[in-house]
Write a protein that binds this ligand. Sequence first.
Ligand SMILES: Cc1cc2nc3c(=O)[nH]c(=O)nc-3n(C[C@H](O)[C@H](O)[C@H](O)COP(=O)(O)OP(=O)(O)OC[C@H]3O[C@@H](n4cnc5c(N)ncnc54)[C@H](O)[C@@H]3O)c2cc1C
Length: 441
Amino acid sequence: MAARHLIIGGGTAGMNAIRTIREEETERSTITLVSAEKPYSRMVLPYYLDRSIAESHVFTATAKVLADWGVTSHLGKRAAALDTKANVCTLDDGATVAYDDCLIATGSSAVRAPVPGADGRGVHSFWTLDQARGVIAQIQPGSHVVMVGAGFIAFTILNSILALGAKLTIVEVAPRILPRMIDDTGAQLVEAWLEKHGVGVRTGAKLTRIDDVKGRLRLKMAAGGDLVADVVIMATGIRTNLDWLKGSDVKINQGIVVDDQLRSSVANVYAAGDVAEGRDLISQANAVHAIEPTAQEHGRVVGANMAGKDVRYRGSLIINIVEVCHLDVASFGAWDDAKAEAASGVKADRPAYRKLLWRGDRLTGAIILGRSSDIWTTNDVGMLKGLVQSGVALGRWKAHLKKNPFDVKPAFIATKTTSTLLPETILGRPSKAPGETPVAV
Ligand SMILES: Cc1cc2nc3c(=O)[nH]c(=O)nc-3n(C[C@H](O)[C@H](O)[C@H](O)COP(=O)(O)OP(=O)(O)OC[C@H]3O[C@@H](n4cnc5c(N)ncnc54)[C@H](O)[C@@H]3O)c2cc1C
């Protein structure tokens, strides 16, 4: 009998797994997809928000594409329980799906600050397509938008809010913005840049409640200086969608703990993407990354293993890149490793900052910040990522970079980083040409 694969979650990880199963299998299998939402990419929602793309462009597979792939879909249905002894998943409508192996790729959900009024009218999260629709319907030119939370996700939608002609204020409880992406020096530069571009920033600011006052929203702050807004967006973190697995014997720590084939504690149950606690490339310890490249790579590796291959995952690199009013801000790897050797530099004449971190003569983390129009900044984003990802031995180029953290190119070329990276593949083979593979997701 053909193998029966069950994919739970039709986001980035789930769709990449389906595509890879079809690419890698030698015998046609049965694939069933259970997904609470239709397959789409959350990462492109900022472009939908500012109308750069139509809503139809956020979807990664239509019902027709799924049917062409021979996938039986239960869209709009949730997995509610997993019986790993009987190999059966129960859905929220009581239906059951039997499987030989199964992938849990249920992603995460936005969490709001636990204050009175957080669930009221005009207060939004921005994580799902539905939530994006809600925000789009409310922001008008001239609206005052208050974003609660100054993390990575808040910054992915910042440009779009400004492009809609709204006035924006960011409120962050931590002493600085982007607390899990860049250090103090970088955060100060970004904050000054935002203020120069008319964005209000309040750090160390604790929101205590939100009141609906005559059609507008009053945000009460612990230290006073209340704000009045038309729209509030809560970008106050995410949590994994794993509550439905309570009572199963799948081991969960911060996420589902997986091995280097992305198998959970139950051998025929895999996990991928935001819900998986898989290997980090730099530390080699398990971690939840909750970023798109990790979800994509996890999905590919799981798909190949489900199709009968033996693909081992070497770990994912933390990659955070945002562009804020034409300022590029990025960090890679262990950028906050207090035990690493570090060198940094700030330019006096323009917002430009580098911080490089080493273990031995290998670059293990980096922060880079500079104007997008500065071509060297743009190139260096890729080269720094390459140096961290490849882990090439820098030899004497380490001393050069320590002295000149802005002069990345000679070190990148001299250490032949491109030739180290080029043969690297996730599945141990080059990508397939269009036509040989199902439509890209
Ligand atoms: C606005 C925004 C911008 C972003 N920008 C970036 C970026 O620039 N770079 C980056 O690296 N990352 C970015 N991300 C994060 C990135 O989108 C996620 O890391 C990625 O989507 C994770 O993929 P996933 O497959 O694990 O989960 P998801 O894409 O979240 O998919 C999970 C799927 O599971 C479904 N599901 C949930 N519970 C159940 C259940 N019980 N049963 C069945 N189905 C269920 C959901 O409906 C969904 O379809 C962004 C996210 C957002 C919201």
